[in-house]
Design a binder for this molecule. Structure first.
Ligand code: MG
Length: 379
């Protein structure tokens, strides 16, 4: 469904009663917006369907679009941008995000810098809803950074030159499509290979016939036998793999811990954990964690997760969903703090809405002089 049809459909449904005015509608569209009250936070949002450049094939499903909601948080003429991206396995939807956002009363907060209180309030409104909470958190950070006139990497005291290389994702596909994607990925210094089907080795051999760049592997819970998983880790280690992400089912803690004890490659948790309170337990079965803003309810908790994981001696990876440059650039602000970045979600979509993060010579490049999360809307 294209964007226009999607919005028309949405307008016929219940979303119309909860969705805010079309803050991101096409030029020329007539939009009436409620007048912002001085000194009051005003939250508006709009559903937006992300169109994927290639069908995204994982071990458990395939898709060509990702539902998304774009958010604005305004205060006295300053606008912060945020976003919720909802890949199906997260369990959120456009409807659930719009419902959660419509249940918030942010006008009660007279000081937007009370980030901790605003997060406590969102938790009190409803549990879960992590992507919806992330959208508010990202817009709030953008707004606060703009009020302070500083980008978040600077507010956190991070050195942007220490941002890691980012990986570029190669999904599960036929050898021809894999070859095409590897060619597209030539500017990148790390390739992330999605695995979990019968042709895992063929996929890696195809990539290795074209390039020697380091790879990392994401099995997306697709490996079921721990002995085979260990064999695969040894095989991958001999082929320039740096680590393996979520090799086995997220519930299968015992076999994952067994694998971690024996694997020559670090084992990284992704689907196995969501929130800050999960991080300590991850240290028992994994060498590191993959932090994503849509899991962590945004930047506030993502920063705490990274600090906590490092304190536990764990590796930290920073990932994303398929998102516009809004969410990905927000994550990039944190990237100097992490070991590995997988921030290519904006590059996987054909209808981005923002200018922000750049990849320069394979490395994450944070917009240095833009306050907030570092994005400007595309015309
Ligand atoms: Mg993953």
């Amino acid at each position: 469904m294209n964007r226009r049809n999607f919005l028309r459909t949405a307008a016929l449904g219940t979303i119309a009663t909860v969705a805010a005015p079309l803050a991101f509608s096409s030029p020329g569209a007539s939009v009436s917006r409620p007048v912002a009250k001085p000194g009051k936070l005003r939250l508006t949002w709009e559903p937006y369907e992300l169109q994927l450049r290639h069908a995204f094939n994982l071990a458990k499903y395939s898709r060509t679009t990702t539902p998304d909601v774009q958010v604005r948080l305004e205060l006295d003429g300053i606008t912060g941008y945020g976003e919720a991206s909802m890949p199906p396995y997260l369990g959120e939807s456009v409807e659930s995000v719009c419902r959660f956002l419509s249940s918030l009363d942010l006008e009660q907060f007279t000081d937007p810098f009370r980030v901790e209180e605003i997060h406590d309030y969102m938790e009190s409104v409803a549990p879960g809803n992590r992507a919806a909470k992330a959208s508010v958190d990202i817009a709030l950070h953008d707004l606060l950074g703009k009020i302070m006139g500083q980008p978040w990497y600077k507010i956190w005291g991070l050195d942007p030159s220490k941002a890691p290389n980012t990986s570029f994702t190669i999904g599960i596909d036929t050898p021809e499509v894999v070859r095409q994607k590897v060619e597209e990925a030539s500017p990148y210094k790390v390739l992330k290979v999605k695995m979990g089907l019968d042709n895992d080795r063929e996929l890696v051999e195809t990539i290795r016939s074209m390039t020697d760049v380091p790879i990392c592997v994401d099995a997306n819970q697709g490996w079921t036998d721990r002995e085979k998983a260990l064999d695969m880790c040894h095989w991958l280690a001999e082929r320039g793999c740096m680590f393996v992400e979520q090799p086995m089912a997220k519930e299968n803690f015992r076999d994952t811990a067994w694998l971690r004890e024996r694997s020559p490659l670090p084992i990284i948790a992704d689907e196995a954990f969501q929130r800050l309170s999960d991080v300590r337990r991850m240290a028992e079965a994994y060498d590191g964690i993959n932090i994503k803003l849509m899991k962590s309810t945004g930047l506030h908790e993502a920063y705490k997760m990274a600090v906590m994981a490092k304190a536990l001696g764990m590796k930290v990876m920073l990932g994303c969903m398929t998102e516009t440059s809004c969410g990905v650039t927000a994550a990039a602000q944190l990237s100097p703090l992490v070991d590995w970045a997988d921030l290519d979600g904006n590059l996987l979509i054909a209808n981005d809405l923002f200018d922000g993060i750049k990849i320069v010579d394979g490395q994450v490049s944070i917009p240095l002089d833009r306050p907030g999360i570092g994005v400007t809307p595309l015309a």
